[in-house]
Design a protein around this ligand. Structure first.
Ligand code: PHE
Ligand code: ZN
Length: 859
């Protein structure tokens, strides 16, 4: 941590190949809570002229030895962040001994000890907190890891690869040796030591390899790890079937810990997971939990090829592995469940968080060009927009072309650290499709805006579509150029003629597309499946949008038409400072869906759901916060009044079966709970919500009742919440859900409630899951209180960010996000936010993580 001076980011343009490679990395860990000794033996080889400079952070250096000779202080130089060896020669062996304090490591990067478990997290630049090392992803070495510890306290001693030896030392400690035959960058190194419940199984790959699958979970949680194990096997099979990719080691381990900054980590052969994304059973997990577990288990497994076997040259290329792997996990989830619902969920993420990021001071392309703190770039842009870019490639090349491109990429670059350009080049070479212009998606930030015009000549049946694209300037980049944008459309005809689907490829600012011999003027469904991550506006009237919502052949298009419908209605209401007028046609459509739901109940539930505050907000500058919140609240109430009998009918008709996580039952619960959400506002609401809570046989329904109770402010809300908290004290993950509900309370009382939560025995400032469950939820799911006019919500978050920065900078920097975009709000809110950001900027010990965000944001 440095202070006062201006801190300099690293630039992609300055990339230089490593001066030394490391061929073998031998690590010996003597575990101790406050003084773990790490002996690193590095076999190095010069690649080009230059210095041998190693990165290190918060390390205590005990000794350096070069080729069996201990170096004197004059033979190396140390700074707070580096170690230079003056005369290393061209090849040699360097032995470095460092001392670490895992117990004091609350940043949860490097080696840390939490709840009795030693655990490492090395991506992106955490390995330098373990030993001095060329801590960059393009230095790939074969790792051998020895762990020495007291077996009674730490029965499981794990690292990457294969276990080669285990022995008892004379002093009573145990020594376990692991060897990973695949060369890897330091960020994929992992070590875990602790006492766990252990679930194991085997899997035979398509290549005939028998793989031992092991889950290590907290004691007592064994029964909650079966679903994740089954999901892992599904993921392994799926990657073989869809991409021909099989696992490459004899052992695959997953460890679940409650102290973790992110969702999970793909360390070679030894994934470390946030336990929230492993543990589940029918009494404690929601449908969403089950979904997330399967998808993240898939994600980390898929990294074994897209990330580990072929990795990133430098961190600017992060989307090379993350965008691609998110795309792969999305495809997996779509195949395991409903493609429509999966697409809807992915698009919601883009329209809420990613569009907001483009509109923020942190705007960046999916391949950023400058970075101060790499941890700040694990973003929805790199991950989710990155996945959309991969999806566009698949749309342009077709599934077969895309698969061929991926095969070419993996084969050509197996064992290498490469760039996004290398990936696109492989796609191009395998298919012959010219992707030169497409590459701009990697370097240009911002959300393109498409406008469309339709002209139909009834005499000739000719349709002319005119598309124009324009990308507004972003904080990081003023000039924007046209992109290659695949636009899927569907033409619908009133006369019953078969609908037509087309793919338009827009690659200049304005372009026309013509269609001949149409039977009549079509209704055009634009941007089907959200074929590109853009904003698209049409001038359709509400009747046309409702027609698409009822008739489009594609479930996603139907949902999207409803989103556009609401956007339009609400925009008009905001302009007129009035409440929206709900057209009769809307009520008719809603009644119809409630009386005769579509076969896909989950889709029906989505059709009946208003866009949330963040989705709507993306379309305004400045955001009319109060008007939007008021309209959303009032509209919900108008709908519940107008549709009471149908809501009730639908609610009662959907009888809850015994809990089972299946596509059909998930849909049933989604629709029933959507009805409850509206019914909570009606006269009998309190009675119904209470009955729903009491009758619920699963966590999804229980939480729906609690949220509905809170949202509609029913008298029993407090009682239900207290009952829930009491029953679930023993399960931290369920308590997190309780914290979520408390934090989402849209009334003034939330501030006292939050204060009380931090005194709850389960709460800890050191645990990212707890802090997020309380304050992440408050800032992201409680727009009315977070965006209060008087700034009280903002001030609370700033206070929390300040406190957390001293404990865990990465967490602090994630929490601060909603405070950065002051420019998007009205003058009053702008002033509150700027004042708080200035205060943060003046903190004496500001982390690099916060420094980068706060300084980018300040005017
Ligand atoms: N690489 C991890 C993933 O996407 C995310 C991660 C990044 C985890 C940094 C920890 C630290 O699966
Ligand atoms: Zn990932």
């Amino acid at each position: 941590m440095t202070t006062a001076q201006v801190r300099q980011p690293k630039r992609l343009a300055d990339y230089q190949a490593p001066i030394f490679s490391i061929t073998h990395t031998d690590l010996v860990f003597e575990l101790d809570a406050t003084a773990t000794r790490v002996t690193a033996t590095l076999t190095f080889k010069r690649q080009q002229p230059g210095r041998l400079l190693l990165e290190g952070q918060q390390l205590k250096l005990e000794r350096v030895r070069l080729n069996d000779r201990v170096l004197t202080a004059a033979e190396f130089a140390q700074t707070a962040e580096s170690l230079e060896i003056f005369a290393p020669g061209d090849t040699g062996v360097l032995e470095i001994v460092t001392l670490l304090n895992p117990e004091q490591n609350t940043a949860l990067e490097g080696l840390y000890l939490a709840e009795g478990v030693y655990c490492t997290q090395c991506e992106a630049e955490g390995f330098r907190r373990i030993t001095y090392y060329p801590d960059r992803p393009d230095v790939l070495a074969v790792f051998t890891t020895t762990i020495i510890a007291n077996r009674n306290e730490l029965p499981f001693l794990l690292s990457n690869g294969n276990k080669v030896r285990e022995s008892r030392l004379p002093d009573g400690r145990t020594e376990v040796v692991w060897h990973d035959p695949y060369p890897k960058p330091s960020y994929l190194f992992a070590l875990v030591a602790g006492d766990f419940d252990h679930l194991h199984d085997t899997y035979v790959t398509s290549t005939g390899r028998e793989v031992l699958l092991e889950f290590f979970v907290q004691k007592g949680a064994l029964a909650r790890s079966h679903f994740a194990m089954a999901a892992l096997k599904r993921a392994m099979r799926w990657d073989e079937q869809r991409f021909g990719l099989a696992y490459d080691l004899d052992r695959y381990m997953v460890v679940a810990v409650d102290f973790f900054n992110m969702g999970a980590m793909e360390n070679k052969g030894l994934n470390v997971f946030n336990s929230k994304f492993v543990l589940a059973d029918d009494t404690s997990a929601t449908d969403t939990d089950y979904f997330n577990i399967e998808s993240i288990i898939g994600h980390e497994y898929f990294h074994n090829w897209t990330g580990n076997r072929v990795t990133c040259r430098d961190w600017f290329q992060l989307s090379l592995k993350e965008g691609l792997t998110v795309f792969r996990d999305q495809e997996f989830s779509a195949d395991m469940g409903s493609p429509t619902l999966n697409r809807i969920d992915a698009v919601k993420v883009i329209r809420t968080a990613q569009f907001a990021e483009d509109a923020s001071p942190m705007a960046h392309p999916i391949r950023p060009e400058q970075v101060l703190e790499m941890n700040n770039f694990y973003t929805v842009t790199v991950y989710d927009k990155g996945a959309e870019v991969i999806r566009m490639l698949q749309t342009l090349l077709g599934k077969a072309g895309f698969n061929a491109g991926l095969a070419c990429y993996l084969q050509r670059h197996d064992g290498q650290a490469v760039t996004c350009d290398d990936f696109v080049q492989a796609m191009q070479d395998a298919t012959g499709y010219d992707l030169q212009a497409f590459r701009r998606w990697y370097s240009q930030s911002g959300t393109p805006e498409l406008s469309v015009k339709e002209q139909f000549d009834a005499a000739t049946g000719k349709l002319t579509l005119t598309l124009a694209q324009q990308t507004p300037a972003t904080a990081d980049q003023q000039e924007k150029l046209p992109l290659v944008i695949p636009v899927k459309i569907e033409l619908l005809f009133h006369d019953g003629s078969a609908a037509q689907q087309h793919l338009l490829i827009l690659d200049s600012s304005v372009q026309q597309f013509q269609f001949d011999n149409l039977p009549q003027a079509p209704l055009v469904v634009w941007l089907e499946d959200f074929s590109a991550p853009v904003k698209l506006s049409t001038d359709y009237d509400v009747e046309q949008l409702l027609a698409i919502a009822s008739r489009a052949s594609n479930g996603f298009a139907r949902w999207d038409a409803m989103q556009q419908f609401w956007h339009k209605i609400i925009k008009d209401a905001v302009q007129q400072s009035a409440l929206p007028v709900l057209p009769e046609a809307l009520l008719t459509a809603f009644r119809q869906w409630l009386i005769t739901p579509l076969a896909d109940l989950a889709l029906t539930a989505e059709l009946l759901t208003l866009p949330d505050f963040d989705t709507l907000a993306a379309h305004y500058a400045p955001i009319p916060v109060d008007a939007l919140l008021n309209i959303l609240q009032e509209t919900t109430q108008l709908l519940s009044k107008a549709l009471l009998p149908e809501l009730l009918g639908c609610y009662q008709q959907l009888t809850t079966p015994a809990y089972h996580y299946s596509e059909a039952d998930v849909g049933l619960r989604a629709l029933k709970n959507r009805c409850l959400h509206y019914l909570a506002f009606t006269a009998e609401g309190a009675k119904r919500v209470t009955a729903h809570y009491q009758a619920a046989n699963n966590m999804t329904d229980i939480l729906a009742a609690l949220h509905a109770a809170q949202h509609a402010n029913i008298a029993q809300a407090g009682e239900l919440m207290a009952d829930f908290a009491k029953r679930n004290e023993a399960n931290v993950h369920v308590m997190d859900k309780y914290f979520n509900v408390v934090a989402a309370n849209p009334r003034d009382s939330v501030f006292d409630a939050l204060e009380k939560l931090t005194a709850h025995p389960v709460f800890s400032w050191k645990n990212p899951n707890r802090v997020r469950a309380v304050y992440g939820a408050f800032s992201q799911r409680n727009a009315p209180q977070f965006h209060r006019k008087d700034g009280k919500g903002y001030a609370l978050l700033a206070e929390v960010v300040t406190k957390v920065d001293a404990i865990n900078p990465q967490l602090a920097a994630r929490l601060i996000t909603p405070l950065l975009s002051w420019q998007r709000y009205d003058d009053g809110r702008q002033q509150q936010l700027i004042m708080l950001l200035r205060e943060l900027a003046s903190l004496p010990m500001l982390s690099d993580d916060l420094y980068e965000k706060v300084h980018k944001s300040l005017p």
